[in-house]
Design a protein around this ligand. Structure first.
Ligand SMILES: Nc1nc2c(ncn2[C@@H]2O[C@H](COP(=O)(O)OP(=O)(O)O)[C@@H](O)[C@H]2O)c(=O)[nH]1
Ligand SMILES: [Mg+2]
Length: 458
């Protein structure tokens, strides 16, 4: 890597300050060429920045110097904090572009260099990307945790356990038959088998998390469904605190699915308003709307199934069909009733978890209770146990492959108790799968482990 890359590291567009980061062998040269001498490492220096040739003024700003390897990328890094005007940044870029070996950084290039230089493993790099994309508190916490190495630690710990098991098998294989009795070989294999089955349990329960960590990155999808005119669009607007959907007393106003992204108690939620459900419609657009509504409801993580209080407890069959374990039943427009809607007994076999919330979107009565319950359900879909969550399909695939290899290992051990070479191969594969997650895929360190672990003084 003999090129030096540069990029705007702060947000694009006008801003008070723009941060331009430079990484590579020319970083120090850039500071000298634009501003004179190098400042003390990791101390900000206020400098006048000038074009390297004629000395024309670019701006005044702070210059920072991070000599490698103590830098984000592990290379020499320079940072220029200039005024955040487009022309200022453009001039600085033009000046940098003229320096030998300089080129604009591609997306992720700084993190890539940090990874190549061993500053970040892949999960930390992914955590960093998630942190930059985090929009809610829960997303921020999960990303920060991953960036701090919680997942790397977990997966590396598992990988170490595999390597130890593998080391035992390798040692077994190294030994000639006259030095290791079949009984001893059998004991070694049995011992490794136990270690692996404990690991299978740990990986299995991590995988079996109902996709909480992955869902937290994408958000929980909540679909509002119900008959026309129940007040679905009104509810969406109330929750989103803006007029996202058209509200009208004309049935069939909402035709397409309207999605709003929102932060619900720190959790990311996509709320979808849908076309009212009723029997066959003459109108092809309405039919398509109902088709989409049902499709979204089927794919949703949670459903808000809304009925009109004036009809309650009668439930129109088209909406009644939508009530299942992930449904919250909302009975809207209680302001139009003389008698309040109590907690209605739902005797006709509705799923026990569904629950009923009588409310009025217009007056706000009952809304607080419903919101609290909705937040709790969203949280329930996202919050996992004390350990760090699985956050990416990439990790899931690798972990599943790892599990498959461990399963095959177990089968090999069960069927052919002396075939250590086959068993070892499966563990090597399993190790490689975990190494793929963090980005350390070479298996050379298996050998190191063999000799570190084994003082073979039997
Ligand atoms: N009285 C009363 N009217 C409501 C309430 N919520 C919605 N509406 C009215 O019901 C009509 C239909 O509302 P809308 O949100 O468009 O229903 P949608 O077809 O289910 O999306 C509109 O005239 C709303 O103002 C409520 O809580 N009380
Ligand atoms: Mg509507």
């Amino acid at each position: 890597m003999d090129t030096t890359i540069y990029a705007l590291s702060s947000g694009a567009g006008r801003s008070g300050v723009a941060v331009v980061r430079v990484s590579g062998p020319g970083a120090g040269e850039a500071i000298i060429a634009l501003s004179g001498a190098l400042p003390a490492p990791r101390f900000a220096a206020l400098r006048t920045l000038r074009w390297p040739d004629g000395g024309r003024l670019i701006d005044r700003g702070l210059v920072l110097w991070f000599p490698g390897p103590e830098s984000f990328t592990g290379e020499d890094v320079a940072e220029f904090q200039v005024h955040g005007g487009r022309a200022v940044v453009a001039a600085l870029f033009a000046a940098l572009a003229g320096l030998p070996g300089f080129r604009p950084a591609e997306a992720g290039a700084f993190a890539r260099r940090a990874f190549d230089n061993g500053k970040l493993d892949l999960t930390r790099a992914e955590g960093l990307a998630d942190l930059i994309n985090a929009e809610t508190e829960a997303q921020r916490r999960q990303a920060l945790r991953q960036m701090d190495g919680a997942l790397a630690g977990l997966y590396q710990g598992w990988r170490d356990r595999l390597i130890i098991g593998l080391a035992h098998l390798e040692a077994d294989l190294e030994f000639p038959d006259d030095e290791l009795s079949p009984g001893e070989r059998h004991a070694i294999l049995g011992n490794v088998g136990q270690q692996i089955s404990a690991l299978q349990q740990d990986v299995g329960s991590h995988l079996n998390d109902d996709h909480r960590g992955e869902r937290l990155r994408d958000g929980v999808y909540v679909a509002i469904v119900g008959p026309p005119n129940a007040g679905k669009s009104s509810l969406l607007n109330a929750l989103a605190r803006r007029d996202a959907a058209i509200v009208s007393d004309l049935a069939g106003t909402t035709r397409d699915v309207i999605e709003v992204h929102m932060d619900l108690g720190g959790f990311p939620v996509t709320l979808a308003d849908t076309a009212g459900l009723r029997g066959l419609s003459e109108d092809p657009v309405e039919r398509e709307g109902m088709f989409r509504a049902r499709k979204k409801a089927a794919a949703a993580d949670l459903k808000v199934v809304m009925f009109d209080a004036q009809e309650w407890p009668h439930m129109d069959v088209h909406t009644r069909d939508q009530v299942d374990e992930i449904a919250m039943i909302v009975v809207n427009k209680i302001d139009l009733l003389d008698e309040p809607v109590g907690v209605v007994e739902l005797a006709d076999g509705l799923p026990p978890g569904s629950g009923t919330w009588p409310l009025s979107v217009n007056t706000g009565a009952g809304m607080e209770d419903f919101l609290v319950a909705l937040e709790a359900r969203v949280a329930d879909r996202l919050v996992s146990g004390p350990g760090p969550s699985l956050t990416r399909a990439r990790h899931r695939r690798a972990l599943e492959d790892c599990m498959d290899a461990m399963d095959r290992f177990t089968n090999v051990v069960a069927q052919t108790p002396n075939m250590s070479e086959l068993a070892a191969e499966e563990l090597r594969l399993a190790t490689r799968c975990l190494g793929q997650i963090t980005g350390q895929i070479d298996v050379e360190d298996v050998l190191d482990q063999v000799f570190a672990e084994f003082c073979i003084g039997k």
